[in-house]
Design a protein around this ligand. Sequence first.
Ligand code: ADP
Length: 402
Amino acid sequence: MNAHVLTLNAGSSSLKLGLFALGGAGPAPVAAGLVEKIGATPRLELRDAAGDIFADRPLDPESAASHAGALDAALRELEARHPGARIEAVGHRVVHGGMGFTAPTVLTPGALDALETLTPFAPLHQPHNLSGVRAAQAAFPEALQIACFDTAFHRSHPFVNDVFAIPRAYYDKGVRRYGFHGLSYDYIAGTLAERAPMLHAGRVVVAHLGNGASMCAMQAGRSVASSMGFSALDGLPMGTRPGQIDPGVLLYLMQQEGMTAAEIADLLYRRSGLLGLSGVSNDMRELEASDAPEARQAIEYFVFRIRRELGALAAALEGLDALVFTGGIGENAARIRADVCAGMGWIGIALDAARNEAGAEIVSSDQSRVRVMVIPTDEEIVIARAAAVLAGAPGQDRVPRG
Ligand code: ADP
């Protein structure tokens, strides 16, 4: 059996890919990696299923100046390592599915056109995602192309968590709280369903804390609220994004500081958040290692906003049964988890310091009314499973959903 699926996550200057073998119980990881710094000094890195690197080299900047060139270079390495691997389907991470795309979708020409029209909703991400689709279509004209959306998991939001109080016409035009990181939340919901079905059936807040960060309130495995809204700027402060900000600040920047929309976009996407506040770094490890008081304040603000959002999401859920940490910071930064949970006894959280330091799966104490867990996320396997289902791979009869 040499049928495989490929997963692609195309960003502005990077292309992450995963190769999965089909057959058996579900897609099995075979290789994964990325091309980074596309358009500047591209570099390819590929690992096998055990995590051992088998390709790590710079690429020719001219031939890998686009996603298509980068994909081509990565595929040559993969083919050399896994000759005969036949790609049945390519699963793409697509940031925005708008109001219409509520599940993984086979990319017909019509669906692709519809996704192009959503570019104004995510101008910094959607065009790159779709250029990854075009690159894969050229490389695998016979394979199914499948889109998996960061927004889809949140389409179950009730009206009050989907709307802004601006004139109704904008809501009808799609100015809504979409929410993002849906593939990660889908993975966590599915994992909870397997490992802790009672919690999965209850009220759970998931904190996806990476370079991008958001939180999601789930009831019975379905999203009822998210800290991210119309764009991936809202909610928690992130590496370089501010999180929630009074819109009056943006008016002030335009009217008094004379900033253009492009300058404000640059401020909000690239110069704010942990980087902007600390003046040191967007990277949590560097902030934790820094002696600068501004670095400490940036971490304090990050923790404060997570705690505040936790209270708000617990209110939306009318209680809390579990808190799950995931993402690079959520999975690895024991100190951040401890600071978030400190003083949360009122909501029923009691952390076990030793379990937390050890990075155990359950980091709350046995007496804690709310279970606190650390679950490493895996967005690629969510994409691979969806692609396997839509490609009709044996052993896959439904799109896994939390
Ligand atoms: P992305 O959103 O780009 O996928 P990740 O989920 O990989 O990002 O998270 C990256 C963040 O995780 C960075 O801020 C990094 O410093 C942080 N991180 C990773 N490992 C640790 C660690 N051991 N301690 C603290 N922070 C960590």
